[in-house]
Ligand binder design. Structure first.
Ligand code: HEM
Ligand code: SF4
Length: 552
């Protein structure tokens, strides 16, 4: 992983002492609320319903075991013993004391972490595939490109006050997309052109929130060396033409829509003419320098494990977990393991201080000391020997990490909703819990197969409800909490925005409503067909008719 040099460390340390001074002046009444606001936002600090919320950057989701232990220590010492993995692979603390935040930032700096640019109208953490560098059929490891973007965007003076926040994701897999790339302000897909040269397809203007839009292809091929100059051009056009008069119309997706993709592309190209070939051009030397931080660990030469087949045939629970939570690794004898944070009764994505310590121990023992956060709010050990899988599974089970539900109905994305968030229309966690309780039969869940169910407490869509195969949105109806259901969303390479089923429901109705939706799928599916494919084949009406039928 990327290791700070002396300049990086110096910058981060200086930021800590600067913010310590700013916080002190605010607490002493020398800075007003209004003056303090931009200063705290630049350091990831939101003021929430009950306490400040501190968002810590985890570049493209990658953590060392040392960093994970530090996060556990912070959760224990400065918070209520837990933290939250966000859908953009960051870590959030929900209950820090404002006065303690500079100390937390100092703790983070000691392990090469910070909260810079995790809020405010700037370029946020760049995300990517959690299986980067280890999954078969990847064009190249996308992480060096994310790191290059991180270094370019951090403290970029021109883009510190954009019309609105800005999110970039990079994907390099030929057929899968685990980073919801097309729902980002810029989604970069690493590709090769007909001559076999490496480059990027640029998709711009995706996003969720109150206007969900799938990004449009703006440039089919930008050469590898032109990554930053083209990014600069897109950001310049946005910075200049994006709306600043209306917060709800300020994201780049609105600009792309207003101008039309062709006119937007022309503006970017015109801007790019000034930048292309200039100092922002990546040299081979720079590419190699960054790539040098992402070399493969010391893999052993292993044979495929025969013992594993025996363990799988003898132990159904292990086989269930293996089938859902273990993925193929590109190196023979190794496997990718996803540890789930979706245990019954626990808000999706929450992780305790002890779990941070445990995941760090597991990473040290089984996976070269590295961990990755996923956008579905789980954690990955990317380099586990097949020989160790059975032992790891037993330990992960003890620790509450091995619910074998990855990609199933109960592996939900869910925002904090009305329990924690001041913007919520409705609570979301109790809905997630009611669904987890109702659908806790693993055989049934496995039979249903791949299913994304996402819940947001309001139209800001932090819980990605638009791109769930089933989406649930909290709405306010005359002061009461109701829930709207949408179907057909997807975040993969075939990304789509879900369609609203009809009038909303009371919270107690939700488990039955979802059960009805599922029953339509089960009745209509053909052998091996996923929920989303059945929905796309048979359309909206059968679901709508059945759910809203007077009686059954
Ligand atoms: C509890 C405090 C939170 C508040 C006040 C909050 C507020 C917001 C707001 C206002 C937006 C919409 C911005 C826009 O469209 O321009 C937003 C978007 C988003 N939030 Fe949150 N959020 C909170 C927590 C979270 C958490 C815990 C997560 C992770 C699960 C999260 C993930 C996201 C994501 C991924 C988006 C982007 C949707 C998009 O693509 O536009 N948020 N949030
Ligand atoms: S979706 Fe709404 S309720 Fe949920 S965290 Fe975001 S702003 Fe809050």
């Amino acid at each position: 992983m990327y290791i700070y040099d002396e300049y990086d460390q110096k910058i981060v340390n200086e930021r800590v002492s600067q913010f310590r001074d700013q916080t002190q002046r605010y607490l002493d009444g020398k800075l007003t609320e209004e003056q303090f606001l931009p200063l705290r936002l630049q350091n990831g600090l939101y003021v929430q319903r009950y306490a400040p919320m501190l968002r810590v950057a985890v570049p493209y989701g990658l953590l060392s075991s040392e960093q994970a232990r530090k996060l556990g220590h912070i959760a224990r010492t400065y918070d209520k013993g837990y933290a939250h993995i966000s859908t953009r692979t960051n870590v959030q603390f929900n209950w820090p004391e404002l006065a303690a935040v500079p100390d937390i930032l100092a703790e983070l700096a000691s392990v090469q972490m910070h909260a810079i640019q995790t809020s405010g109208n700037c370029i946020r953490n760049t995300t990517t595939d959690q299986f980067a560098g280890v999954v078969p059929n990847e064009l190249v490891d996308p992480r060096p490109y994310c790191e290059i973007i991180r270094q370019w965007s951090t403290f970029h003076p021109e883009f510190a006050f954009l019309p609105r926040k800005f999110k970039i994701a990079v994907n390099s897999h030929e057929s899968d997309d685990r980073a919801a790339t097309l729902l980002h302000d810029i989604g970069i897909k690493i590709v090769r052109n007909e001559q076999g040269e490496l480059g990027y397809a640029f998709y711009v203007g995706g996003g969720l929130g109150r206007t969900p839009i799938v990004a449009s292809l703006v440039k089919e091929f930008v050469a590898e060396k032109d990554l930053l100059t083209y990014l600069d051009a897109v950001l310049r056009v946005y910075n200049l033409h994006g709306r600043r008069d209306n917060k709800y119309k300020a994201r780049i997706k609105i600009l792309v829509k207003a101008l039309g993709v062709d006119a937007f592309r022309d503006k970017v190209d015109a801007e790019w003419q000034h930048l292309k070939g200039g100092p922002g051009t990546l040299t081979q030397e720079e590419l190699e320098r960054v790539k040098g931080h992402f070399t493969a660990p010391n893999y052993e030469t292993l044979d495929e494990n025969t013992e594993l087949q025996k363990q799988l045939s003898e132990n159904k629970a292990f086989a269930n977990w293996y089938n859902r939570n273990v993925n193929e690794h590109k190196v023979k004898g190794y496997a990718i393991v996803t540890l789930t944070l979706k245990k019954l009764g626990v808000p999706p994505g929450d992780i305790t201080d002890r779990q941070f310590d445990s995941v760090a121990d597991l990473a040290d023992k089984y996976s070269f000391g590295e961990i990755r956060n996923t956008h579905e709010q789980n954690m990955v050990l990317a380099d586990v020997k097949q020989d160790d899988l059975f032992e790891l599974w037993q330990q992960a089970k003890e620790l509450g990490f091995a619910t074998p539900n990855l990609g199933l109905l109960t592996d939900m994305i869910c925002c904090p909703g009305g329990d924690f968030c001041a913007l919520a229309n409705a609570k979301s966690i109790p809905v997630a819990e009611a669904l987890q309780a109702k659908f806790d039969d693993l055989d049934y869940l496995h039979d249903l197969g791949d299913l994304d169910l996402n819940i947001s407490g309001c139209m800001n869509a932090c819980g990605h409800h638009h791109i769930g195969h089933i989406g649930i949105l909290g709405v306010d109806k005359k002061g009461e909490e109701f829930y709207q259901v949408s179907l057909g969303g997807s975040s993969g390479p075939d990304a789509s925005v879900g369609k609203i089923l009809g009038p909303s429901f009371a919270r107690e109705e939700m488990p039955d409503v979802i059960e009805k939706v599922l029953s339509v799928y089960v009745r209509n599916r053909i052998e091996g067909e996923r929920f989303i494919d059945t929905y796309r084949r048979i359309g909206h009406s059968p679901f709508k008719e059945f759910v809203y039928a007077k009686s059954h």
